[in-house]
Design a protein around this ligand. Structure first.
Ligand code: UFG
Length: 337
């Protein structure tokens, strides 16, 4: 049984990936500092799989703690999610983002080198492309300066990893997600944003009655209904891609020391289409009001995922309607957590 460390394994994408890894037969270790999640997620994972992953509450900025962890366990692969992810907050607190996201990453890589752990999967983002000149976005679409310090930590993270693997016997895959949505089927795991800023978490606040209406940021984009286009990809499909990516590295099937894959649904949806999809899936009306564009937003981004399909044998399987249902399931049971 291979030992996989999942940093940020109690977070949104991390927790779904831990479940998928356990179901695929991996022995999973979680490191999380609970900065953006709650300890109950550990139990929720265990309830789904009937296997309790080993959990350490470690701040990755503490190199000694990270090193002691690697000394105590023979780790075959690392999937690194742990990072701050609020785009707006990163603009006001850039150093906090650079310190947390980059020092955490560097410490994990250094401990891998010190303790001979080899395979690394990085949680990256389509934000590294900025507003791409052409759609859909391929992996060789030129990268642009990201709009936020958060985005820059992802771009710099990729560069640090590339330099690291080129200098060592390590291998890595960077997975560039588009917009993750949805929850596991029963809605017991999900996106626990303390102050929701992303579109679907905000829609859930309206559906549950905490907010009265959605602010739609801009209807003067050059799109079919004037609202911005994103590629919404189900979190369970993302989790599946991480399992395939770590298997690829463990089987030495990677073609270069670092590989990059886009993970999206391949379909662009406008903000109003997402509102409509949520309403249709759950029969709940979402009132909205058109507001000015949000600073830093791009007009559109959607993926060409054919490289992941070819190399990882991965493709998105979950229809948007289903993601909207599971997202709502998660919101409904949240009070029980
Ligand atoms: N939107 C609204 N109203 C809201 C929230 C969002 O109209 O209340 C719109 C946004 O303006 C945007 C779209 O919905 O057009 C999606 O916005 P999100 O905040 O959900 O997602 P972003 O595309 O801005 O950001 C996401 C992730 C980031 C990642 C980025 C990469 O949250 O982590 O994609 O493009 F970096």
């Amino acid at each position: 049984m291979k030992n996989i460390l999942v940093t940020g394994g109690l977070g949104y994408i991390g927790s779904h990936t831990v479940v998928a890894l356990q179901q695929a037969g991996f022995n999973v270790f979680i490191i999380d500092d609970l900065s953006n999640t709650i300890i109950n997620v550990w139990e929720k994972i265990t309830e789904i799989t009937n296997i309790q992953p080993i959990f350490y509450n470690i701040d990755l900025k503490d190199y000694n703690a990270v090193s002691v962890f690697f000394q105590s366990h023979k780790i075959d692969g690392v999937i690194h999610f742990a990072a701050y992810k609020a785009v707006g907050e990163s603009v006001t607190k850039p150093l906090m983002y650079y310190r947390n996201n980059l020092v955490g990453l560097i410490n994990v890589l250094q401990a891998m080198e010190e303790h001979d752990a080899n395979n690394f999967i990085f949680s990256s983002s389509c934000t590294v492309y900025g507003q791409a000149d052409e759609m859909p976005i391929h992996e060789n679409t030129p990268l642009k300066k990201p709009e936020s310090p958060y985005g820059n930590t992802k771009k710099m993270g990729e560069e640090i990893i590339e330099d690291f693997v080129n200098a060592t016997n390590k291998n890595a895959i960077a997975l560039r997600y588009f917009n993750p949505v949805g929850s596991n089927i029963n809605g017991t795991l999900g996106d626990l944003q303390p102050i929701p800023t992303n579109l679907v978490p905000y829609i859930l606040q309206i559906a549950i009655g905490n907010k009265s209406k959605l602010n739609v940021f801009g209807n003067d984009y050059n799109t079919k209904d004037g609202t911005a286009i994103r590629d919404y990809i189900d979190v369970n499909d993302l989790a599946d891609a991480h399992v395939k990516a770590i298997q690829r590295l463990l089987l030495n099937q990677n073609k270069t020391k670092i590989e990059y894959f886009n993970l999206g649904s391949g379909t662009g949806s406008t903000v109003l289409e997402i509102v409509q999809a949520f309403e249709n899936a759950n029969h709940i009306k979402i009132p909205f009001e058109i507001k000015p564009r949000r600073a830093g937003d791009i007009e559109q981004a959607y993926a060409d995922y054919s490289l992941a399909q070819k190399e990882l044998n991965w493709c998105p399987k979950t229809p948007l309607q289903k993601s909207m249902q599971t997202a709502w399931n998660f919101q409904k049971q949240l009070t029980e957590i």
